[in-house]
Design a protein around this ligand. Structure first.
Ligand SMILES: Cc1cc2nc3c(=O)[nH]c(=O)nc-3n(C[C@H](O)[C@H](O)[C@H](O)COP(=O)(O)OP(=O)(O)OC[C@H]3O[C@@H](n4cnc5c(N)ncnc54)[C@H](O)[C@@H]3O)c2cc1C
Length: 330
């Protein structure tokens, strides 16, 4: 089939984003074949239109109208060579975590239950319960829309840090495959406080996974019932001087040591200290379960963004701290 016949026009992305915003994309294409990706450049230059990449829409706020070609990668294959496992960008992240445990590998268990695709995992270096995906990535293979070629990035090239990578500043790169380095030797990572209660002698990757899935269900509202994109704000990273200042107002603020004499403080704690848990603004609400999660009831993006701005200005006015938004605002 010709590429132009595979491109859908005026396509509703309502079922392609977890905030359930009824965003209309000018064009939408699901890529199952690398050749189609190579031909998109012709289409975008003829139509004089930009493109953007969408995974499962679990970390995006889409506009009501998206005047772009939206590209969704649907490569799902897994191949193994010794302890290197290559996975297509379209595969669901948590299906891969389960696959890895079923096949005797360990390491990814702490990252169980994170929504989204393999291709998006390196973009913001997904992390939870003391682990980050960058601990397990060997290489990221991208299609570069500028050179129309495949390019490979080693772990070091990706410049990973807390919810960050080079891919966030490089719109021309589309992740097509990720190569993971996993081991069959189990080294449990129990540093996160919620995992302290597990008995070391009974522990297995599956037990950790089960425990984490249970905590996640209890703490984060289900996007199918209350549309949300997980944490809406990153935990701020501040200097020790700034920590000392904030401790004068909030002596019990939670913080974790970070690199270069900096600390990561809890954004949830700041929000809750201002009594914003459960706060409602128009059709958006701060979750009753977790104050970093904003729930959306609107078909449009304005309400959730207004609520986010309200929280940011309240935190800034009270504590002089900028809360950075975690999902990508398109
Ligand atoms: C209930 C809930 C809980 C969550 N918990 C966590 C958590 O614990 N830890 C955490 O880190 N995140 C968490 N998230 C956020 C989210 O799961 C991750 O960011 C995930 O990696 C997004 O995957 P996605 O496929 O949905 O990406 P999308 O939301 O579709 O896209 C996110 C970004 O990645 C880009 N992108 C997507 N695919 C590609 C590709 N193939 N190539 C290049 N760019 C691409 C998009 O352009 C966009 O900028 C949570 C989200 C929800 C809804």
């Amino acid at each position: 089939m010709k590429l132009s016949n595979k491109i859908k026009k005026s396509f509703s992305l309502k079922d392609n984003n977890l905030l359930k915003i009824d965003s209309i994309a000018k064009f939408f294409i699901e890529i199952k074949d690398l050749e189609d990706l190579k031909n998109i450049q012709n289409f975008t230059s003829t139509k004089k239109i930009n493109f953007c990449t969408l995974g499962e829409g679990s970390n995006v706020v889409l506009p009501n109208l998206l005047n772009k070609v939206v590209i969704k990668i649907s490569f799902n294959e897994i191949s193994i060579e010794d302890n290197l496992i290559t996975v297509g960008a379209g595969k669901n992240w948590d299906d891969f975590v389960l696959w890895s445990l079923d096949n005797g590998y360990s390491g990814l268990e702490n990252l169980s239950g994170i929504p989204g695709s393999i291709g998006a995992a390196p973009i913001q270096n997904i992390g939870a319960y003391g682990s980050e995906v960058s601990d397990f990535i060997e290489e990221v293979i991208c299609f570069d829309m500028e050179s129309n070629n495949l390019v490979s990035f080693t772990n070091e090239d990706c410049n990973f840090s807390y919810r960050q990578s080079i891919f966030q500043d490089n719109d021309s790169l589309i992740v097509v495959k990720v190569i993971f380095k996993l081991t069959k030797d189990f080294h449990p990572n129990l540093e996160y406080e919620d995992l302290n209660s597990l008995k070391v002698e009974e522990i297995s990757p599956f037990i950790i996974r089960k425990h984490i899935l249970k905590i996640r269900r209890a703490k984060i509202s289900d996007p199918n019932e209350h549309p949300n994109v997980g944490s809406f704000f990153k935990n701020p990273i501040i200097s020790l001087d700034e920590l000392a200042k904030i401790k004068q107002t909030l002596p019990s603020i939670k913080f974790y040591s970070y690199i270069d004499n900096k600390v990561k403080i809890s954004a949830a704690f700041l929000i809750e200290s201002l009594n914003l848990k459960g706060f409602v603004l128009n059709n958006a609400r701060v979750s009753e379960k977790h104050s970093l999660v904003l729930e959306n009831k609107s078909k449009k993006s304005e309400d959730i963004l207004d609520l986010a701005s309200h929280i940011q200005s309240s935190v800034f006015d009270n504590y002089n701290i900028n809360l950075e938004i975690e999902p990508q605002i398109f």
